[in-house]
Write a protein that binds this ligand. Sequence first.
Ligand SMILES: C[S@@+](CC[C@H](N)C(=O)[O-])C[C@H]1O[C@@H](n2cnc3c(N)ncnc32)[C@H](O)[C@@H]1O
Ligand code: SF4
Length: 381
Amino acid sequence: MKKPLSLYIHLPFCNSKCNYCSFVSEVRDEKCKQRYVKALVREIQIQGAKYNKHFEIRTVFIGGGTPSSLPLGGIREIMSAVYKNFSVKADSEITIELNPNSASAEKIHEYVLAGVNRFSIGLQCTNGKVLSKMGRTHTSADFDKTIETIREYGISNINADVMLGFPGQTLADVKATLEHLIALKLPHISSYMLSVEEGTKLETMIDKGVLYLPTEKQVVNMYNTTVSVLEKNGYERYELSNFARPGFASKHNNVYWNRTDYLGVGVSSHSYVAGVRFANTSKIDDYIKIVETQDKPPVSHAKKITVSEKREEAIMLSLRTMNGLSVDEFQKEFGENILSTKNDALKKLIKLGLVIIDKNNNIKVTDKGYLVLNRIILELA
Ligand SMILES: C[S@@+](CC[C@H](N)C(=O)[O-])C[C@H]1O[C@@H](n2cnc3c(N)ncnc32)[C@H](O)[C@@H]1O
Ligand code: SF4
């Protein structure tokens, strides 16, 4: 029987670059996009020949960058290569990321015909002033229109990305954004706390005193408000930053946290297959050139992960999730009873109200604990 595999496809293009973003994504011309799609299709063929015999795809995530910034026909070409070179299970979750103003009805129709059944759209905030400080080029109304179009094609599985803690964004902005999404009945919301990335325009603006970050207390308040507003409205926080109505948790996201095999294709993509981690080069031009001239995936480094790395990852990833760390499964996989090896640390964390051990013997982070998750991970790793 074939093993389950998740596929991540990276499209590194955007129509403009947001001030805070350090993702591998650039504004490029149509010629570059065409060459990239061609190289990507070739990589899919090569990886299909290697993995299709033993693996069956269960989830696909077409991410970026902004996949919808590809011209019409690009996603169809990429997905045909996936279907030709891999077995894709019939009920696979297939997600695409969109920007609110880069996906025409024609493009959305193309994606649905190519098998896409889940859409993820970056809204960030409904306040236009905050959006323009972010360097975003869309309005809240563009977002609403995109949702309407997606629903016209019969798709209800939709996520919106929301950002917390951007300079100038208030708690009232966060509440208004969430209320807007709740009124739209979106079944999934990802809520990310702003991280100021090196080399971004945002970093320079903060350094020069053009923009001011909110205080930590304000950001914590925004996160806690997000949790309580969403939980009151029937969303479950199934991971630190992810909230879903019943039945709408992302299967692809869960693969990362459960450490199931995933293969990444495209520039800067990461993979974890059969205990080996590998990553493609993160430069668009190098990616295209290597595939074109050497006819091989442009892997920049690969490493078999050790048992101790696996153990640390198991702790780090499971504690982010609502299900927490299963003491019994951990013992089965690593031959270690974490309740005894980390007895003192656990006692301290429980006393501080940061973790609990539930009746099924799972170590779970509490609401208070989520705010200091890195500290908890360090104590238990
Ligand atoms: C690849 S982008 C999403 C798709 C699309 N390009 C867009 O922006 O609408 C993924 C998400 O990451 C989040 N993100 C990007 N940079 C971030 C940062 N520096 N801090 C926090 N969240 C960030 C944003 O919420 C963004 O929607
Ligand atoms: S946040 Fe999205 S649209 Fe903005 S630059 Fe990053 S990937 Fe592109």
